[in-house]
Design a protein around this ligand. Sequence first.
Ligand SMILES: Cc1ncc(C[n+]2csc(CCOP(=O)(O)OP(=O)(O)O)c2C)c(N)n1
Ligand SMILES: [Mg+2]
Length: 396
Amino acid sequence: MAEKVKEAQKVAVTNGAASAPNGAGKGPDVGDQSTIKQPDAVMPGPAEPERMAANDTAPEPQATSPAEPAYSKETYLNWYEQMQLMRKFEEKAGQLYGQQKIKGFCHLYIGQEACVAGAVSALEPGDKYITAYRDHAHPLALGTSPNAIMAELFAKATGCSKGKGGSMHMFDKEVGFMGGHGIVGGQVPMGAGIAFAEKYNKTGKLCICYMGDGAVRQGALHEAFNMAMLWKLPVIFVVENNGYAMGTSVQRTSNVTELYHIGRGYDMPSEPVNAMNVEDVHEAVARAAERARNGEGPTFLEFKTYRYKGHSMSDPAKYRTKEELEEYRHRDTIEAVRHTILTHQMATEEDLAAIDDRIKARVQESVEFAENSPYPDAAELYHDVYVQDNYPYIHD
Ligand SMILES: Cc1ncc(C[n+]2csc(CCOP(=O)(O)OP(=O)(O)O)c2C)c(N)n1
Ligand SMILES: [Mg+2]
């Protein structure tokens, strides 16, 4: 396992700044509520025209490159490659869905790639990840083979969940990916439970638990937050606020639209993060991880992000404007990293084109693997279910 994860995570430690768990002095200390970044410091949320207008001067990707890059060339190139793999893999999955090669539900992560890439680079092999059903990018970044993920989308026996989970239920314990979960908010208490196990077993590892903005309205979140703080569990709760739960905007859901405020009811260190920027994600997760490993307990991060596609493949996304989508595309995280790489001569256009070609070939290989794999045997219906005598989670 360590091999696969290390390969995927080698990004983090190639330069002192990248590995500094406290973000090398940048940004607020999340332990100190008084220094938490104010909302205006991060991206405006979708469907917030006034704040959007106030942020009109926000730079396009070309201008977002730092004067001096904060991290090493290896780190930026690794971020670029990881995020391009997520995007190209999902663009292909979208096409295949149109051809009915992939069926059932399929929720794409396109636009949100930095939420995963910046976290994986800040964490360690052995740490656990859990999320909802928008779950293709996490295992890709952790080192699960694209073949196994594509085969799962095709419902083939070679898939990472043996073809029985599909798009919403990827799983790869070997790399620490504890699954995609279909019940909105259902993974939140599970994330706390995984963190409890890490603490109980004194592993020194933590759990990062992702959820959508729709999930923060679930009662289970409040119970999990309460227990996680009481027991100082090593957990990083992340809400990926992409502005919408299916077609319902955050503004239509509650009067509390700055979602990180929800953590304050439990005195949980909580902060907003511009998650269109992979450096910001990395730094916030590194700070939260340091707290967790020091026994200081949970952190709640609100990743301000955006999905470019509809909720699922069947959603034409008519509840939002083209202008809103364009606003976010101008801040595209992959384009921003690409610009940093080129501006600071970490690589040439040709080098990046070679990476793109390699990724394209890798994705194509995964499609061929999935096409040529068998469907699960009918007997598989009776495996991995509670009625099994030796079902792994039931103990006397
Ligand atoms: C308990 C529960 N209620 C309703 C649903 C139906 N449902 C599926 S996805 C979804 C929206 C969730 O949106 P969000 O949490 O913002 O995640 P996103 O899709 O934006 O990543 C809903 C209501 C569900 N799966 N589970
Ligand atoms: Mg959402």
